[in-house]
Design a binder for this molecule. Structure first.
Ligand code: NAD
Ligand code: ZN
Ligand code: ZN
Length: 404
């Protein structure tokens, strides 16, 4: 079988397109593969010809050198593709199916999977609960920013689109089902967003914009998006959000002018540990800024959805504590206001089917909200660079020239 063009991490600020091995039904040794996973057989897996595979802010944490990702790691956890081969234990998924792959790899057999907590499956990553394709410390499952990828536990993990032609027409929307649409939606659901809610979303990157579109879908009365990137704030306004430029000061002070009081019902952190400070501090990173500000601006009894990523180790952190993932959180404030917090990987499977139905029936325009932008796989280094510079776009790699 031919090779497999794939995007790999080279070192801080650098990715390249290499030819890696064509996938098979066994996990082989390679950069970032956990030794305990080497030789693991996956007769329950399928091989996908990737139709669309997106670049994510989560990839950027690695590519900016803010994790311990090794050189040569094959990137990519947002995968949509066509099944071209099935392992001998695959019963229901068939060759020719067009499918969305949840970025969480889950076995469907463990206690957490049975409880629907597929973001913390116990059987796929020898290091700790939870796994993903092409990600540091996630077991070493080969990434999907490639022409082909192997997906294990296929009957359990995959969401099949009901009709191929209809799916190809909406493929730029459907490709957001592998991660950011469910993730933004989960952020809102766990923040308690419902009909009539006032919602503040910190971050106007693709996840923040997906959260904002989700809040609208859930019936929010007002959705306010904060960022310090003017182009991304304009993107949020393009589909009816209010915006706050956090470089002008604490978002709480600007909220009253929008909702009539300095607080909201629900708040979503779509920023994570590389957060900038507010106002004069916005030129530098202050990793606890968003968490503390959300506690400050969310009403007593409200909830915080925290899809933004926080790490157990950050080689690029500004201080020693943060290097080990300890941040200066004002937990007393959250306690006093009886806040609830939800962190962690989004369990994509909980939401992807219903969000697919919303897309297929024109209830939401997620590709437009996040400004989905297809590029060839050869252009991945440019996509990574522009995304890192803050482009108001969600880059979708097109490994086989099937988009548009
Ligand atoms: P991104 O880097 O494109 O967006 C982050 C945005 O936050 C940027 O536009 C940045 O300017 C802005 N920002 C920085 N400091 C801010 C502040 N104080 N207030 C408001 N905005 C601020 O990333 P993305 O792709 O949108 O992803 C967002 C986060 O979600 C990342 O941490 C990513 O790893 C995480 N993520 C988590 C999950 C999950 O399952 N939990 C899934 C996908 C992504
Ligand atoms: Zn992602
Ligand atoms: Zn499991």
């Amino acid at each position: 079988m031919a090779g497999n063009k794939a995007v790999t991490y080279v070192g801080p600020g650098k990715v390249e397109v290499d030819t890696i091995e064509y996938p098979g039904f066994v996990l082989k040794d390679g950069p970032g593969v956990n030794p305990a996973n080497v030789g693991r057989e996956t007769p329950h897996g399928v091989i996908l010809k990737n139709v669309a595979t997106n670049i994510c802010g989560s990839d950027q944490h690695m590519v900016r050198g803010r994790t311990t990702a090794p050189a040569g790691l094959v990137l990519g956890h947002e995968i949509t593709g066509e099944v071209i081969e099935t392992g001998r234990d695959v019963e229901f998924i068939k060759v020719g199916d067009l499918v969305s792959v949840p970025f969480n790899i889950a076995c469907g057999r463990c206690r957490n999977c049975k409880e629907g907590k597929t973001g913390i499956c116990l059987n796929v990553n020898p290091d700790r609960p939870g796994s993903a394709y092409g990600y540091v410390d996630m077991g070493g499952w080969v990434g999907g920013q490639a022409e082909y990828v192997m997906v294990p536990y296929a009957d359990w993990n995959l969401l099949k689109f009901p009709d191929r032609d209809q799916a190809m027409e909406k493929i730029l929307d459907l490709t957001m089902l592998s991660d950011i649409f469910p993730t933004g939606f989960h952020g809102c659901v766990t923040a308690g967003v419902t009909v009539g809610s006032t919602v503040y979303v910190a971050g106007a990157g693709p996840v923040g914009l997906a959260a904002a579109a989700s809040a609208q879908l859930l019936g929010a009365a007002v959705v306010i998006v904060g960022d310090l990137n003017a182009e991304r704030l304009a993107q949020a306004r393009s589909f009816g959000c209010e915006t706050i430029d956090v470089s002008e000061g604490d978002p709480k002070d600007q909220l009253a002018a929008i909702v009539g009081e300095p607080e909201v019902d629900c708040a979503v952190d779509a920023v994570g540990f590389e957060a900038r400070g507010h106002g004069r501090e916005s030129a530098t990173e202050h990793p606890a800024t968003v968490l503390n500000s959300l506690m400050d601006l969310t009403r007593a009894g409200g909830a915080l959805g925290i899809p933004g990523l926080y790490v157990t180790g950050d080689p690029g952190a500004g201080d020693e504590a943060a290097r080990h993932g300890s941040l200066s959180i004002r937990i007393g404030l959250g306690w006093a206001k009886s806040h609830s917090f939800t962190t962690g990987q989004c369990p994509v499977m909980k939401y992807h089917r219903k969000l697919m139905m919303a897309i297929l029936n024109d209830r939401v325009q997620i590709a437009k909200a996040v400004n989905a932008t297809p590029i060839s796989i050869g252009d991945a280094p440019r996509g990574y660079h522009e995304f890192d510079q803050g482009a108001a776009r969600k880059y979708v790699l097109d490994p086989h020239g099937l988009l548009n």
